[in-house]
Structures are given as C-alpha cells and as structure tokens.
Design a protein around this ligand. Structure first.
Ligand code: ZN
Length: 104
C-alpha cells in the first residue's frame, strides 16, 4: 500500500495529472472563485496522496510498536472487518465518527 502511494506520488510529481477515483479535494484555502488550473489539480491530488501516505506510515509505526489494530482513542481492538476495509484505520468506527465530527 505504501509502495503504491509512493509510486503515484512520484508519478504525480514528475508527470501530468492522473485522474484518481476517490482522491477527494482538500479544503479550498484561497481563490475559491477561480477555477482550478491543471497544476492546482495535480497539487490537490498530490496533497491527498501525501496525506494517505502519512496515515499508512503511522499505521506501519503502530505495527512496529505493537499497537496496530487498537483504537488510538479508546484502546479497544478495531474489528478485523474494518481493518480489511481500511488497513490504515487508527480508530474504531465509533471514535472515527466522533473524530470526523470534531474536525468539522
Ligand atoms: Zn475507539
């Protein structure tokens, strides 16, 4: 997974924008009125790829320290089904929902 992200990041950095399903857009900071240029779009995809990569790296760090698979907030084990869907999940479903609400 990390290798995949590394690959897409290096492709994006050296190449034209690659359409990515589900990449999402970062919160727009400036120039909300202007349309996104190609470079801005590449930057947006890069940003989200880097963010994902950070999550994967933290997941790997937790794997090393033996805390992988446990919710970073409540310490309960994250259900296996959730880890299969989101191998980099740091929180159980409940805490992730609370976390997502807090970020808004
Ligand atoms: Zn939790």
């Amino acid at each position: 997974m990390r290798d995949d992200l590394d690959r897409s990041i290096s492709i994006l950095q050296g190449e034209r924008p690659v359409p990515q399903a589900g990449a999402g857009y970062p919160q727009d900071s400036a120039d909300a009125g202007s349309s996104l240029s190609e470079a801005d779009r590449t930057e947006a995809v890069l940003h989200s790829a880097r963010g994902q990569r950070d999550e994967v790296l933290t997941a790997l760090a937790r794997l090393d320290s033996g805390t992988y698979g446990r919710c970073v907030d409540c310490g309960h084990e994250i259900p296996e089904g959730r880890l299969e869907a989101r191998p980099d999940a740091a929180r159980c479903v409940n805490c992730q929902a609370k976390y997502a609400r807090r970020r808004r």
